[in-house]
Ligand binder design. Structure first.
Ligand SMILES: [Fe+2]
Ligand SMILES: [Fe+2]
Length: 409
C-alpha cells in the first residue's frame, strides 16, 4: 500500500485514557492506517482543516465543543470524511441529535473488532467511487425521498392510535428510502440491539412505536419525493419495480434454500438495489431525466451513461451510500454490483440472487417470456454458473406473481 492509499482516521475524545486505549487497540493497523488523535473539538477542527482524513471518530459529550457541533462542521466543510460517533451516551435526546449528522454510532466501551470493522468498511467503499463531488453529496444526505403516497400512509399510520407496529413496519418495508433509513438507525449502536437487523419490518418491531414516532415526527428521518418531479422523470415505476424485485429475491433465495439471514438480506437488497437512482433523480433532475431518456434509446446502457456523467453508476453510488450508513457488506455488494456482477470475484450468494432478481423483474414485467429475453445476459448467467437454475427461478417467480394476482382479486 502506498502512502497515498493509506487510510487516515481522526479520533476525538476529551478523556486522554480513551485516546490512549484507542491508540493501543489499533496499534497493529499503524502500517496501513494513519491515526491522529485530538483531545477536544477545537483541536479536531484544526486537524480537519490542516489534513486529509477518510474518517472522523468522535465522542459526543466534550466541554468546549460537543460531538454534534464537530460532526456538523465536518459535514459542511469536509463532507468526504465518514462521520462515526463513539460514545457511551445513553440519553435518547442527545442520541437523536446525532441522527442528522453522523453516519454511524458505535457504543463505548467498544470491542476492537467492532471499531475495526466499521472503519474497514468505510475505507472499502473507496472502491465504489473516487469522485469527490459525488462522495461529498452522498456524505451530506440525511434522508432519501419516499414515494409520496406511501409517505402519507406511513405518517397517517404513525399518528393513528389504532395502528399497530406491524402495520407501520409493513408500510415502511415497501419503500426504498424509508427502508434504507430505518436500517441505518436500527443498526446503529445507539439503540443497543445485540444483533444486526436486515429487514425493515423487524427493525420497526424492535424499535417500537414510541421510538419510531420520535424519529419520524421529531428527528424527521423521512422525506417525500416531489410528485410532479417523479412524473417528469418517468420514475413512477421505480417503487413497484423495487418491491417486485425484492419479492423475486425472496422467492429465488428460498428456492436456493439460503439461510434465513441471507434470505432477509436478499429481500432487503432487492428493495434497495436502485436506491442510487433516487439520489441522482433528486439531486440532478434535469441531467438525470436526459440520461434516462437516452438510455431508453438502447444504444448505451444506463450504467454507462451514468458513469460517464457522474463517475459511477446508480448501482455503485447506492452501494456507497448504504455502506456509509453502515449496512452489511452482503447488502452493499448486492446493490453495488446488480448491473455488473461479473466484475466481482467471487460473487456471494446474496449478490447473485439480487442480480438475478433485478433481471427477473425486468423480464416478468416486460410481458411474455419470448418477448423479453433482452433483460438477461446469457453469458453472465453462464459465468455465474446459474444458467440452468435461472429458468427454474423464473418458473417460481411467475408462479408467485400469479398467486399474488389471484389473492388481490
Ligand atoms: Fe439498477
Ligand atoms: Fe433495478
Amino acid at each position: 500500500m502506498t502512502q497515498l492509499e493509506r487510510c487516515a482516521v481522526l479520533f476525538v475524545d476529551d478523556d486522554p485514557r480513551v485516546l490512549q486505549g484507542l491508540r493501543r487497540m489499533l496499534h497493529a493497523e499503524r502500517h496501513s492506517w494513519t491515526l491522529q488523535f485530538a483531545a477536544s473539538g477545537r483541536e479536531a477542527l484544526a486537524c480537519l482543516d490542516g489534513g486529509s482524513f477518510d474518517a472522523l471518530v468522535t465522542d459526543l459529550r466534550m466541554p468546549d465543543m460537543d460531538g454534534v457541533e464537530l460532526l456538523t462542521f465536518a459535514m459542511e466543510h469536509h463532507p468526504n470524511v465518514a462521520r462515526i460517533v463513539l460514545s457511551g451516551e445513553i440519553d435518547p435526546a442527545a442520541g437523536f441529535k446525532t441522527v442528522r449528522c453522523a453516519h454511524q454510532f458505535i457504543a463505548k466501551p467498544c470491542e476492537a473488532g467492532a471499531l475495526k470493522t466499521a472503519l474497514t468498511r468505510a475505507f472499502a467503499l473507496r472502491r465504489l467511487t473516487g469522485d469527490h463531488r459525488m462522495k461529498a453529496l452522498l456524505s451530506r444526505l440525511q434522508t432519501l425521498p419516499s414515494q409520496p403516497a406511501l409517505y402519507t400512509e406511513v405518517m397517517d399510520a404513525i399518528q393513528s392510535p389504532n395502528s399497530s407496529c406491524r402495520k407501520v413496519g409493513e408500510l415502511i418495508a415497501r419503500d426504498v428510502g424509508m427502508t434504507a433509513k430505518i436500517l441505518q438507525l436500527v443498526n446503529s449502536a445507539f439503540f443497543g440491539l445485540a444483533h444486526r437487523v436486515g429487514n425493515a419490518l423487524e427493525a420497526v418491531t424492535l424499535l417500537g412505536t414510541d421510538t419510531i414516532k420520535a424519529l419520524v415526527l421529531g428527528a424527521k428521518v423521512f422525506s417525500q419525493f416531489d410528485s410532479k418531479r417523479i412524473k417528469q422523470l418517468g420514475l413512477d415505476t421505480l417503487w413497484p419495480h423495487s418491491l417486485a424485485a425484492s419479492q423475486c429475491a425472496r422467492t429465488i433465495s428460498a428456492a436456493e434454500k439460503l439461510p434465513r439471514q441471507a434470505q432477509a438480506e436478499a429481500f432487503t437488497a432487492g428493495i434497495l438495489h436502485d436506491v442510487g437512482k433516487l439520489v441522482l433523480a433528486q439531486n440532478f433532475p434535469e441531467t438525470y431525466a436526459d440520461i434516462l431518456q437516452r438510455a431508453q434509446l438502447r444504444d448505451r446502457t444506463l450504467p454507462d451513461l451514468e458513469t460517464e456523467r457522474f463517475g459511477a453508476s446508480h448501482a455503485e453510488l447506492g452501494g456507497y451510500l448504504m455502506g456509509l450508513w453502515g449496512l452489511d457488506e452482503d447488502i452493499i455488494d448486492s446493490i453495488a454490483y446488480h448491473h455488473g456482477l461479473s466484475r466481482t470475484a467471487p460473487a456471494g450468494p446474496v449478490a447473485i440472487v439480487v442480480y438475478a432478481a433485478n433481471a427477473m423483474e425486468h423480464l416478468l414485467s416486460a410481458g411474455p417470456p419470448e418477448a423479453s429475453t433482452r433483460s438477461v445476459d446469457p453469458a453472465v448467467l453462464v459465468q455465474l454458473n446459474i444458467a440452468d437454475r435461472f429458468a427454474q427461478w423464473e418458473q417460481c417467480c411467475r408462479r408467485h406473481q400469479q398467486e399474488v394476482a389471484e389473492h388481490a382479486k
